[in-house]
Design a protein around this ligand. Sequence first.
Ligand code: MG
Length: 394
Amino acid sequence: MPAEPAAGNGLARWASDPARTRGRRHSEASAAPRSEHQRDRDRIVHSQAFRRLVYKTQVFVNHEGDLFRTRLTHSLEVSQLGRSMARALALCEDLVEAIALAHDLGHTPFGHAGQDALAECMREHGGFEHNLQSLRVVDSLEQRYPAFDGLNLTFEAREGILKHCSRTNAQAIERREPGGVARRFITGGQPSLEAQLVNLADEIAYSAHDVDDGVRAGLLTLEQLHEVPLVRGFLEATLADHPDLAQRPGRRLLAEAMRRLLAAQVNDVTARSAALLAQASPADADAVRAAPPLVSLSASMGQQAGALRQFLFRALYRHPQVMHTTGRACEVVRELFALYLSRPQEMAPGFAEAGAHIGQRPRAVADYVAGMTDRFALREHRRLTGRDLLAAGV
Ligand code: MG
């Protein structure tokens, strides 16, 4: 139901048309018939950082169970939701997929706990932000091409990956790349519709799958979920349609309620955004950047989704069991950082080399630690300290 009749390429006129990309930092010959954004997506899938996502924590540390989401399955779910909405809105699915698959590449091991610990370690050394680190991964840390560092993605993919950025960091990027991906954090503009869509798909995905994982882990109960109006509504509607589920043990009730929750949010975003786009009627993808946000949940769904996130924060992310694990994880990150800072030769060769220069050492250590999977970080920690803070069985 695109609000705007699609052009010959199937895209609305305000979509990011790969044929009109602002291009790559290093110019390259076209890879036709692949579009520029298909090529972005392909480069991300083949990157080393992408493969590492499989062993990085979303909420539960990787070894806690095989069925919990990892950064990889989270990224795939974001991509699936994003592409569904992009197709309905005649936006560029390939760009949405590229941004979704890359959006968490800069995440440290051990989820937000690891990110907070590393940010603290880097406070006096230029800081650490995971969105900025994702950009750093695709711009320079991946080393796969003879002619340049990084993956040399298009402007539009990089713009979407840099979801947040502090003003100080934005100014630093702007000095290196005038009018580039950080400009909007200084002038207050928006990114492409595809980037806006991935941001929403990310929130929709993690809210739903964290409920599912929380119940699986035994940290959330169905009774507790009844406190959240949005979830209660779908649990009750499911039971009204399938009364037998009340008596049947198992996960079908929750799975069906969460499926309905996802579908309702996807449909809500699609309908609301189609209306916003029809009203604003931006002339092209660039006009979107100067307009207010045009991809959005409706006010009432936005409010209910916010209440669900607050519930998760309170009941799951601050659950004593999660806090215990994340506290240990922070210790692992802090100790690894301190150890490599004093013994840079313990890092892998490329990082050890960069860390040999005292001025570059903290950043080299942060890059090395941020790139680690949960299990590699634990293994390194055990090798260097002889202690086992989070028994992983690997
Ligand atoms: Mg995410």
